[in-house]
Design a protein around this ligand. Structure first.
Ligand code: SF4
Length: 94
């Protein structure tokens, strides 16, 4: 079982990140932010629920790009990827 979702509190909350105009178009606007930080009790279901929101998001690429920039300080699902998936993507692109 993967363990990198076990953080329920992000080090850098989304609200603390730079405000970008693309955020206004985000599919998660108005969605409970906790959905993107599933705890270990609802790990698989929680990840799937968050990814479902991201899948239809028109600014997924912008979100993923920003999350990759802050990778060392972010937890949770951003840009449709988990922290582990973002790390793997980052290591492949280096
Ligand atoms: S990709 Fe997901 S986390 Fe990022 S803005 Fe869109 S819905 Fe929100």
């Amino acid at each position: 079982m993967e363990t990198d979702y076990y953080y329920s509190t992000p080090i850098v909350p989304m609200e603390a990140m730079p405000v970008s105009s693309w955020r206004k178009l985000a599919s998660c606007a108005g969605v409970d932010p906790e959905l993107f930080f599933p705890d270990h009790y609802q790990l698989r279901v929680g990840v799937m629920a968050a990814k479902a929101v991201c899948q239809s998001c028109p600014v997924q690429l912008e979100c993923l790009t920003e999350a990759m920039e802050y990778e060392e300080d972010t937890f949770g699902i951003f840009g449709g990827l988990t922290p582990k998936e973002r790390r793997e993507l980052g290591s492949r692109s280096r």
